[in-house]
Design a protein around this ligand. Structure first.
Ligand code: 0RA
Length: 634
């Protein structure tokens, strides 16, 4: 294209998109797996906007053989008429100008200002090729782009009676580290979107492999189905999911909730389909109302007597699984990750709705009410017992002077940024690690045998476990609502267990504990898993280590015909300190796996499955994932 054919406004357009290519991370978070997946979410969000406004009920996402992705919806289709100011079709502006999407959107709910909502132009900028096909006003229109620039004009093609948008994009290999979409990540996301938009059908197709895969998600029960799904592996206290909804001119809210016999709370809140992991006004409205209504009911029915103290929020939420979904015209997202809903009017709207409707429900279902209140009373008794236990431990550690656990071999520097702590399975491996470490910045805490399964115990019992106490005091950051990341004594918390089934189990127990009681630690990226080798392969001259069976095969090939000695390590204790240092602890040579919980919903599900009460789902999960899956893949 001739440079001279652009006017001033168009030049800013081009600058806009070249900024996206220069600093992609600013727009999609990263150029790794996460960013790659955001490209799909961005396009799908636009289709979902159409669905939320009532114009679309069918979306298809296909992963194609050539690493491209196709998203098709039956919405109105991106407008194709020329925009006066630009003298170009609207669809071209939407695809080439930052944030142009909202300009012609008019009314309706928008997935904007949240995690994504940066606009499809960002996807276009980061794709080596993009094809758009719009069905609208009786015709099929199409256009092709490359790296954000049109390579054809919008072409008017065949007649059609249908409407909708189809976008096929090829993520740019110059930008992305790899182009490998993870089916599991996409399926859980698409499922979530289908749950949150009752009746919307989303089809996910994977055509990359010979066999191919295809799944359809459509939930006519919406978030009630969502809660049932989350509770599949839990033991429910009442039969039907409790459901409320309310609507006014600018807001919609829906809540689905179910009490289970478990001890953790699994409450997920959404605003315009965005998972508000930092909470916000909708969540606090909900929490306030549940606490108040349950207390009111318990007092009115003389279950709580005059002299009794009120039930606290944590008491009335123990074992509660809930989804709170609000939709609003002008969502304000705040907080560090822009996932905290700020609209103040929403709090009262949710609070008064839940106050009224939950009270009604309890009044009409006295036996359900009784079951729920008993669970809350149980929780409150356990909390009081835990407090006594905690006060005792606090006093005890004061009496003993210094509060660090005796088994901890601390490091000598005290700048958390540069300090690491190894949580090591077993006293003997702990001993080797103490000899192996660089004591300036590496601390060692040996843990004896299996730690308590926190998924099956209340805080009270958890706090009385010595191993757990040692972890809490060593990390220094407190626990649950007392947690404060500023006080964390190490910015690397490294779990080092044997490479066998027991080791994997202990690792999962520790991770479950950290996930349930110190999730901020994981979110901050402070939690790692050490990778000790499985084999030592020695010949006359060299020593090599294999970290998995493939490494071992490679080494065997390398030394074919030569005499080698292969030693399998059954546990960390079989390595001498030098080997342990060299293979697993030396920052120059080791590999650490960072724990990332991409999606709290998946993690909740995995932990309930692996650590909860029901045996059957656990057996199925283990069978399905038997081959080398650890939950880091999620
Ligand atoms: C701008 C305005 C309108 C719809 C869209 C964009 C739109 C974008 C995408 C991206 C994928 N699917 C989409 N569907 C629609 C409003 C259309 C109108 O007012 O008629």
């Amino acid at each position: 294209m001739e440079k001279t054919s652009y006017d001033a406004k168009d030049i800013t357009v081009l600058e806009g998109l070249s900024a996206v290519r220069k600093r992609p991370g600013m727009y999609i978070g990263s150029t790794g797996t996460r960013g790659l997946h955001h490209l799909i979410y961005e396009v799908v969000d636009n289709s979902i906007d159409e669905a939320m406004s009532g114009y679309c009920d069918n979306i298809m996402v296909a992963l194609n053989k050539d690493n491209s992705v196709t998203v098709i919806d039956n919405g109105r289709g991106i407008p194709i008429k020329n925009i006066d100011r630009y003298k170009r079709p609207a669809v071209e502006i939407v695809l080439t100008k930052l944030h142009a999407g909202g300009k012609f959107g008019g009314s309706g709910y928008k997935v904007s200002g949240g995690l994504h909502g940066v606009g499809v132009s960002v996807v276009n900028a980061l794709s080596e090729k993009l094809l758009v096909e719009v069905r609208r006003d009786g015709y099929i229109y199409s256009q092709e782009y490359s790296r954000g620039k049109p390579v054809t004009d919008l072409v008017k093609g065949e007649k059609t009676k249908t409407h909708g948008t189809a976008i096929t994009f090829y993520p740019d290999p110059e930008i992305f580290e790899d182009l490998d979409y993870k089916y599991e990540i996409l399926s859980s996301r698409m499922k979530e979107m289908a749950f949150l938009n009752r009746g919307l059908k989303i089809t996910l197709i994977d055509q990359r492999e010979e066999e191919g895969k295809k799944e359809e998600y459509r939930y006519d029960g919406g978030i009630v189905d969502f809660v049932n799904y989350l509770c599949e592996k839990k033991d429910c206290l009442h039969k039907n999911v409790i459901y409320f909804q309310n609507k006014d001119a600018d807001h919609e809210m829906e809540i689905a909730m179910q009490y289970t016999s478990g001890y953790s709370e699994s409450i997920f809140s959404f605003a315009n389909n965005i998972n508000t992991t930092e909470g916000g006004t909708h969540l606090s409205g909900f929490k306030g109302a549940v606490t108040r209504t349950i207390n009111d009911y318990a007092r009115a029915n003389n279950i709580l007597k005059e002299k009794d103290e009120n039930l606290l929020g944590e008491d009335v939420r123990e074992g509660l699984t809930a989804i709170i979904s609000v939709k609003l015209k002008d969502p304000q997202f705040e907080g560090q990750t822009k996932t905290k809903l700020g609209n103040s009017e929403i709090k009262g709207f949710v609070e008064s709705t839940v106050n009224t409707k939950l009270a009604e429900m309890l009044g009409e279902n006295p036996s359900v009410a009784r079951t729920i209140i008993n669970k809350c009373l149980d929780a409150s008794r356990a909390r009081n017992a835990a407090k006594k236990a905690r006060d005792l431990t606090r006093k005890k550690s004061l009496l003993e002077g210094g509060s660090l656990p005796g088994k901890l071999a601390d490091c000598s520097i005290n700048d958390p940024k540069f300090s690491e702590i190894y949580l090591v399975e077993g006293d003997s491996a702990g001993g080797s690690a103490k000899q192996a470490r660089d004591r300036r910045f590496q601390a060692i805490l040996p843990l004896r045998g299996k730690i308590l399964n926190v998924e099956k115990a209340r805080l009270h019992k958890i706090l009385s476990s010595q191993e757990i106490q040692a972890i809490i005091t060593a990390l220094g950051s407190g626990i649950a609502e007392d947690f404060n990341i500023e006080n964390t004594r190490y910015h690397k918390v490294i779990i080092m267990t044997d490479a066998d089934v027991d080791g994997a189990h202990i690792r999962t127990l520790i991770l479950t504990f950290l996930y349930r009681y110190m999730p901020e630690l994981i979110k901050a990226g402070y939690v790692y898993i050490a990778q000790p080798p499985l084999y030592q392969v020695k010949n006359a001259k060299e020593v090599n280590y294999a970290y998995n069976d493939r490494d071992l095969d490679d080494l065997k090939k390398k030394y074919r015909g030569k005499r080698i000695n292969v030693q399998q390590y059954k546990g960390l204790g079989e390595m001498d300190p030098e080997q342990l240092w060299e293979t697993t602890m030396n920052p120059e040579t080791r590999t650490l796996l960072k724990i990332e919980v991409e999606d709290a919903l998946i993690a909740d599900d995995v932990f309930s499955t692996l650590m909860g009460d029901k045996v059957e789902p656990r057996r199925k999960f283990i069978e399905k994932n038997a081959r080398g899956v650890s939950f880091i893949d999620i």
